[in-house]
Design a protein around this ligand. Structure first.
Ligand code: AMP
Length: 178
C-alpha cells in the first residue's frame, strides 16, 4: 500500500535510539515526522486508504496512538475513542490487565462510547510484543464490538506481535517493518 518513496522518507525521518529507555531496547522516535506536515499528511492518507469503508470507529492507544488515530478518524468521518492508561478516565469504564516483559500493566476504556456490533480499527504507533494491542482488542470485545482492523506505523517483526492478534481474525497493517 505505502509507496516505496513514503517508506523511504519515513525510514530517513524516524530516529533509532539504542538502549533507551533501558538497555537492549532500540527506541523508535517518531517525533521528527511532526516537523514535516506533508509527510504526516501522506501517512494519514495511507492509513485512511487501509480503513476506508471498513470500520465504524477508531480506538487509539495512549499516547502515541492518538497522534495519527484522531486524524484517521476525522478523515474517515467516524468517531474516535481513547484507550487510556489506568487511572486517567472518569467512570464508567472497564479495564484490561496485560503482561509486560517484567510485571504487568492495565489500560482502560469508557463503557458509554462504543456500541455493540460496531467494527473497530485499533490503532497504535508501534507493535512490539503485541500485549498492549491485544488488551485493547479485549476491551473492544468485552463491549460486544468487533476488532476488525489493526494499524501501526511500525511493526517490530522479530517480536511476533501479530501472533497475539491472530485470534481476532482482523486485518493487520503496518507501514514499516523492522
Ligand atoms: P507492546 O505491547 O510490546 O506491543 O508495546 C507496544 C507499545 O510500547 C507501543 O505503544 C509503543 O509506543 C511502545 N514501544 C514498544 N517498543 C518500542 C520501541 N522500540 N520504540 C518505541 N516505542 C516502543
Amino acid at each position: 500500500m505505502a509507496s516505496a518513496e513514503l517508506i523511504q522518507n519515513l525510514e530517513n525521518t524516524i530516529d533509532n535510539i539504542p538502549d533507551f529507555p533501558i538497555e537492549g531496547i532500540q527506541f523508535k522516535d517518531i517525533s521528527p515526522i511532526f516537523l514535516q506536515p506533508q509527510l504526516y499528511e501522506e501517512v494519514i492518507k495511507d492509513f485512511v486508504e487501509f480503513s476506508k469503508g471498513k470500520i465504524d470507529v477508531v480506538c487509539g492507544i495512549e499516547s502515541r496512538g492518538y497522534l495519527f488515530g484522531i486524524a484517521i478518524a476525522v478523515a474517515l468521518e467516524v468517531p474516535f475513542i481513547l484507550i487510556r492508561k489506568k487511572g486517567k478516565l472518569p467512570p464508567p469504564f472497564i479495564g484490561q490487565i496485560y503482561d509486560l516483559e517484567y510485571g504487568n500493566s492495565e489500560i482502560e476504556m469508557k463503557t458509554d462510547q462504543l456500541k455493540p456490533g460496531q467494527r473497530v480499527l485499533i490503532h497504535d504507533d508501534l507493535l512490539a510484543t503485541g500485549g498492549t494491542t491485544e488488551a485493547a482488542a479485549k476491551l473492544v470485545e468485552k463491549q460486544g464490538a468487533i476488532p476488525a482492523q489493526f494499524s501501526f506505523l511500525i511493526e517490530l517483526d522479530g517480536l511476533n506481535g501479530t501472533e497475539k492478534l491472530k485470534k481476532f481474525n482482523a486485518e493487520i497493517y503496518s507501514i514499516l517493518k523492522y
